[in-house]
Design a protein around this ligand. Sequence first.
Ligand code: SF4
Length: 356
Amino acid sequence: MPYEATVDKQKSPTPSINFLSAGDIIKARKTLLKWHSVHGRKSLPWRLNHSPYAVLVSEFMLQQTTVTTVIPRFSAWMERFPSIHDLALAEEQEVLSAWEGLGYYSRARRLHGAAKGIVSDHDGVIPKDEEALIKLPGIGPYTAAAIMAFAHDKPAIVLDTNIIRVLSRWSNLNHPIDTSLGKGRLTAIAEKFFPPSESRTFASALMDLGAILCTAGLPECTTCPLQKTCRATDPAKLPKKSPRSVTTKLVEYRACFQRDGLLYLEQSRGPRWEGLWVLPELGNTKPAGRSIAQITYPFTRYSVTMKVHKVEGVVPSGLRGFSAAELLLLPMPSPIRKIIGKFPSMGGCRETANKS
Ligand code: SF4
């Protein structure tokens, strides 16, 4: 049955998963794949090399980090740890150091843990079933589905940010996608639209459509391959989300101990930056005098202003001194590296800051 004859956009704001006939769905898949064969992002490094290990690494990196940021770091990572065995055998400090610039270091630890688990429990072979994947550190339902589709080309419903946006608009989903009702509807729509085979190509096509045409903000509907079947009445307002929690402002004070060309740092015990080298904390009470540097950075729902104060006297035990050259190789969180680059007396660290 033709789509226009079965749907009244004004009267039916809530999508039914039956809003298209089977024939229309097949046509929509075909036009999408045709568009993708011409416009798809085929040169992404994890598409050129879609070995299971490359897919595993890229999926961990792409959680909460943009494609542009990931591309150079992914390539450097694959040179440094070319196989899952190389990664499993690496020291944690080396892994954290290679992760620098990607943020959320717990992902690096979990990827390291997953590599160790795959080597010890699966002979180094990345599992081909979602249940076994989900048992590995850092692999939730989304990453498991992505590995099934992109690494093994097995049927899987992949729902990343781009695909969620495309499907929400395509079906005119008016339920917030972070509620169980919205998630259930979206999954039902995806199950209907994803084909039983060609999962790798189809998921890539939907993702690329979201990245290239059906972008956040105003989509380019006039050139979209799904335009004929798309139900969106006001696409810029989709997908809907529940009201956001307010960003809370925080201030943290840190110490600068500099003696004889060395900067003294401590190794964080976490949980946020566990194992990384940081400037020692001074607590939440404002120290006397002016700070020598400050930056503001986002962390989950917080906006954190870090202020650094020079501290004279004896350097506390437990701190270690590093030269500017040593700092370059030290695993440290991006905000710490950036603020060290701002120290008036740390000329060598400016290079460090530019590197991150
Ligand atoms: S027609 Fe527009 S809103 Fe619908 S899927 Fe295409 S780009 Fe997105």
